[in-house]
Design a protein around this ligand. Structure first.
Ligand SMILES: C[S@@+](CC[C@H](N)C(=O)[O-])C[C@H]1O[C@@H](n2cnc3c(N)ncnc32)[C@H](O)[C@@H]1O
Length: 377
């Protein structure tokens, strides 16, 4: 049996239980949610599988050293304890990301430099040569996480965050992250056999993530690069076999229709080109519609939207009228549906004028929001 390693998946605040559930479904063992992350065990195949299939995670880290760190000198010393030639040769490039801080290590940029210096100084001693830094596309991306006086040094198996699926080049003014859109679908318990609509879909994040999920398309299959591909133990065969397996497990048709609409033709054009890039253009319907003109496309289904909430787009007074219109449209034309509104503004939420049957706290970036559930009879 292949050796089991300890992995740590990073995730947006509040989504730890959703991510833990997803990891269990992908075959992770000993899954333990923590603050903005989930610990789990698995082999190399699971590491690749999670990177390819996870819809709600940002990154999968492989912790290699944990230590207490009261000073920058101690940091340097601890980083040099690692035999870096196991991970990195002088002709490979590297980058270091630093997250968190402590009183002794309070400047992320300087702390990351200290880690990099400890590594390249070791290389110079052994090889007389050192790796160069490539901030954009390093062969090895190293993460140092600092919490109180403890440091965890990890290899980042994902490289760029997994919310960068590789299919979205165009986005509207205030797009949801793909990982949050996927997590919302899980949080509301959307059954892919039910029609789905986002009537304020912008660049299409929710309908596209719904489509990928419903057709069992691996969200990572559009990416060219993952962090683990630059590692000495990268197995092309294993990766290829997972890609082939993913391709053959795609479903040919949706079980129920998926719709997205928006009044803005520019953002809808972006949604359409994103849909083309991920092979969903012929599966989901994207239609330009002013909210007040929207008709329900089916007798029942799930509606999720994130209207503007004043933090980033729109003016509060005007938005009050808009939220009232949203409530009226739901009440009058979406009987039989379950609707969810994600908003960061409680006052605006009241203007919907419907009684929420559930309120789920959700962070959209650093903004504390609520996902409000409405059963429409
Ligand atoms: C916060 S954005 C949604 C972003 C989207 N979830 C995404 O990920 O790209 C809100 C969207 O509501 C749309 N919108 C605002 N007022 C509207 C109206 N009266 N009718 C239809 N769409 C409207 C805007 O064009 C904008 O795309």
């Amino acid at each position: 049996m292949a050796a089991l390693n300890h992995y740590f998946a990073t995730v947006a605040r509040g989504l730890e239980p959703v991510a833990a559930q997803e990891l269990k479904q992908l075959g992770a063992q000993e899954v333990h949610p923590d603050f903005t992350g989930v610990h789990f065990l698995g082999d190399q195949a699971l590491l690749y599988r999670v990177n390819l299939w996870a819809r709600t995670l940002f990154r999968v880290l492989v912790p290699i050293h944990e230590f207490s760190c009261p000073s920058t000198d101690r940091l340097y010393h601890e980083v040099q304890k690692i035999a870096w030639e196991d991970y990195l040769q002088p002709d490979n490039t590297l980058a270091v990301h630093c997250t968190g801080r402590s009183p002794a290590l309070s400047h992320s940029h300087f702390t990351a430099l200290q880690v990099k210096n400890a590594i390249v100084d070791q290389q110079r001693c052994i090889f007389g040569q050192r790796s160069s830094v490539d901030a954009q596309h390093p062969d090895l991306l190293i993460n140092l996480h600092i919490q109180q006086n403890r440091c965890i040094l990890s290899l980042d198996s994902s490289g760029a965050s997994l919310h960068r699926r590789g299919y979205r080049q165009a986005m509207g003014a205030a797009p949801l992250k793909e990982t949050l859109a996927a997590a919302l679908l899980d949080l509301v318990g959307w059954d892919t056999g039910l029609p789905f609509i986002d009537p304020l879909c912008g660049s299409g994040t929710l309908p596209l993530e719904a489509g990928l999920k419903a057709l069992n398309i691996a969200p990572g299959s559009f990416r060219q690069k993952f962090g683990f591909m630059g590692w000495p133990d990268f197995s092309v065969e294993l990766w290829q076999s997972l890609l082939t397996e993913a391709q053959s497990s795609q479903l040919p048709e949706l079980k129920a229709p998926i719709y997205g609409s928006d009044r803005d033709s520019n953002v809808l054009a972006q949604a359409q080109s994103n849909a083309e890039r991920c092979g969903l253009a012929h599966h989901i319907a994207l239609v330009q519609t002013e909210l007040s003109q929207l008709e329900s496309p089916a007798d029942s289904g799930v509606l999720i939207c994130n209207p503007p909430y004043g933090e980033r787009l729109g003016d509060l007074q005007e938005l009050g009228g808009f939220y009232k219109t949203l409530g009226d449209v739901l009440k009058q034309r979406f009987k039989g549906w379950t609707a969810f509104i994600l908003t960061g503004n409680k006052e605006l939420a009241k203007r919907v004028g419907l009684r929420a049957s559930q309120r789920i706290p959700v962070y959209n970036g650093s903004l504390a929001c609520t996902l409000l559930k409405y059963e429409l009879y």
